[in-house]
Write a protein of this length. Structure first.
Lengths: 180, 180
DNA sequence: CAAGAAAGTTAGTGACCAATCACTACCTGA
DNA sequence: TCAGGTAGTGATTGGTCACTAACTTTCTTG
């Protein structure tokens, strides 16, 4: 397998592992085991652990964006919000991508605390791009777009906290407007 | 100093340290140093590291709830939403409590993955209580309450990602209704 | 087929970390 | 005054982790 293919494979496994354990809570050993290579070989493919995390973080944002773009493809304007909402729910159904998103959020803060401004800058670029994509798909309406993002963040929290689907707090979500 | 006073002190320091580094990224040594006691003594005050984190997490939720209750005290019904919003912004101004909140969210998921259901149960109880408190203060209106929480979660994300105050994405936040 | 590059491994290092143990210093009440 | 409880420490330990060095294997190509 070529180094480039291996790298792609590492990123996929890393996303899943980092989502589960966070940056500090995930060992490079566990990633290597998941990929099926020796742990030192990871450091041939990436300069250090942080670079693996960054690659996984970017892939996570990219996947979310792609999902939205595909979900809105060929959908009449009036039904795009609903389509995006459904697509997002599908995307985070297995909690992996969602948790990686949250891990990235805390990692940006931690990176900044330890003097690394670059990481945050790169992630913010990805997020702004994600917002712009959503906004474009929703016809450029910032109010609807922002409300969509806010609802998504609340859903993230409830999923992370593992509220049961039948919990009454989920019932409150129906009050959030699902269309513009 | 009595053990109980020490424990309170440990929780305060732990909140700050865990907010900065997360659960795995914070050593008991650094907490002990912050408190001004030896590291082994922490394990006299708490059974293990996880118990320290749990205590800090609960204190974090409690502080948020208390802030809301105090902010709404004596405020006419029509102005409570605004008062809560301002109080929350003040509360998270230094990012410490906010980051602890997010660390708790990812920690619940991680705890569950490693078979600890109890941690999540306790945290959810705190969160449900927090929501109920907000809902009560907002006159029992679930739509407004849920929208308030959703806005808070989006603000959390933007603060964690360290978006500059003048970033255009903050401008979008003004579209979120700040009153019922 | 020779030779070099690319893919991949084994062995190892220094640093760190949660938790334990055995100990000291101080206070309090009979 | 002395016995027992409480606050607190130094030393240590078994284990983990990111990362490196040096080596082997496999593929490609002139």
């Amino acid at each position: 397998m070529s180094a480039e293919e291996r790298r792609t494979c590492v990123v996929a496994v890393a996303m899943s592992e980092f989502a589960r354990g966070g940056y500090e809570g995930t060992s490079t050993e566990s990633i290597a085991k998941g990929v099926g290579v020796s742990q030192p070989y990871l450091f041939r493919l990436f300069p250090n652990k942080r670079a693996i995390f960054l690659a996984a973080a970017l892939r996570c944002i990219e996947m979310t964006r792609d999902t939205f773009v595909q979900a809105a493809d060929g959908v009449p304007p009036g039904e795009v919000y609903e389509a995006l909402a459904v697509a997002y729910m599908d995307l985070i159904a297995d909690h992996e991508l969602l948790m990686m998103q949250m891990q990235v959020q805390v990692a940006v803060f931690q990176a900044k605390q330890s003097g690394d401004e670059e990481f945050g800058k790169i992630i913010r670029r990805g997020w702004t791009d994600l917002y712009d994509t959503v906004c474009l798909l929703l016809g450029g309406d910032h109010e609807t777009s922002t409300r969509f993002m806010a609802s998504g963040m609340l859903i993230n929290t409830m999923v992370a906290l593992d509220y049961a689907p039948e919990d009454r707090l989920w019932g409150c979500m129906k009050f959030l407007p699902c269309g513009p």
